[in-house]
Design a protein. Structure first.
Length: 120
């Protein structure tokens, strides 16, 4: 299962639709709190999260922290309109569990990036 977290409704809706068309089950949230609530309920099922860095109630890095506290095997793709070049020093990143995807991303790019994680 994939958790998509973004406060831009169009990105959330289009990403969800494309991923579902390719056979992936998707959960969505529009905020840090919403993402952590969904994750609390589905932490054993989520394999991948695509998280916007800038959310209305805080930074997406807090979503990473919360996800990994529940399940350190979740892979996270941080998404931003600006290239992500640094990760917060306070964030305890499990090995091979953090990557980035720059906005705007094409739907083929999204599926091509997601598929290896979900099929591993």
């Amino acid at each position: 299962m994939i958790l998509v977290v973004d406060d831009e409704t169009i990105i959330l809706n289009v990403s969800t639709r494309v991923l579902e068309m390719h056979g992936f089950k998707v959960l969505t949230a529009e905020s840090v709190k919403g993402a952590l609530d969904v994750a609390q309920e589905h932490s054993d099922d989520i394999r991948l999260a695509i998280v916007d860095i800038g959310l209305p109630d805080g930074e997406g890095w807090k979503v990473c922290e919360g996800l990994w506290a529940l399940n350190p095997d979740i892979t996270v793709f941080m998404s931003s309109g600006n290239p992500v070049t640094e990760f917060p020093s306070w964030l305890n990143i499990p090995p091979n569990r953090l990557d980035t995807i720059d906005k705007p991303y094409g739907m083929k790019e999204l599926v091509d990036k997601v598929r290896p994680v979900m099929e591993a």
